[in-house]
Design a protein around this ligand. Sequence first.
Ligand SMILES: Nc1ncnc2c1ncn2[C@@H]1O[C@H](COP(=O)(O)OP(=O)(O)O)[C@@H](O)[C@H]1O
Ligand SMILES: [Mg+2]
Length: 307
Amino acid sequence: MSHNIAIEIQTLSKSYGDMKALDQVSLQIPKGSFFALLGPNGAGKSTLIGVLSGLINADAGSVKILGHDVVTDYAAARRLIGLVPQELIDEPFFSILDLLRIQAGYFGLGKAQWPWIDTLLQKLGLWDKKDAGMPALSGGMKRRVLIALALVHKPSVLVLDEPTAGVDIELRLGLWAFIRELHAEGMTIILTTHYLEEAEQLCEQVAILREGKILALSSTQALLASHPWEYVEVTLAVAAATLPDMLQQALHRRQGNKLVLRLPRGQQRAEIASAIQEAGLLLTEMRQVEASLEDVFRVLTRSGSEL
Ligand SMILES: Nc1ncnc2c1ncn2[C@@H]1O[C@H](COP(=O)(O)OP(=O)(O)O)[C@@H](O)[C@H]1O
Ligand SMILES: [Mg+2]
């Protein structure tokens, strides 16, 4: 039965004092999937990932990586997983190349792994920096080193904890291209993020974690499709003192001459444009914006529904 399951989490709980960081979480992540674990800060994402990678001991429940229990079969489980931690490290003593070779050594891998290390350096745009130390690198480059470190032993499952925090757009795109390549070759990818937009672009499946509990588990498409609203950002030539009724009713956020309107799905944008025109205001731009994770949360928690 578990042949197609990369990660099997069963009634996992972890508390820090009175704080339930994980509260009876059960979840199966299929082999070869690109899976997003979403949730606001403090939801328990890093704690869950810590347990998956054997860095944090749970109070109750179990986790198996491709059938290997992370506690009772730690060495085998650890070998199957590559973890890119949320916190950047600043190892001052070794060059990037040495760090990667040392990491290979931790897994009992020697020179045979060196060509793969070179490939990683090239694929992640780190080749020119291979003789530098971590402190000399930008935040985005440090993140890439952490990704290379996680991949040194060619794990079956790659776990990225908030990988795009502090990474500039250009680096981010290159990074995702490489991660997609690994996924296409069969690697299971698990990503935590608090950006729904990022998850939407990359992931087939999402779980939403909040206060240590799974709030929703579905395909990314279904999650967004279940959201009853559309959001449109309207830019006016000049900020208006008063808005026509239709805009005022739909107003979600306002920042100077930019308005974000919340509309029922399918409402015609043309109606908005003509309401603006009739009010004697000048529209300079109108574009659709993604529902944010907060927007989705608000709806999910208000209805109390589970997907
Ligand atoms: N080592 C720790 N000691 C005490 N509390 C912790 C510790 N690690 C996490 N927590 C708490 O557990 C909750 C979940 O944290 P975390 O898993 O880091 O959330 P996320 O990664 O989703 O932001 C938070 O309330 C956090 O403050
Ligand atoms: Mg975290």
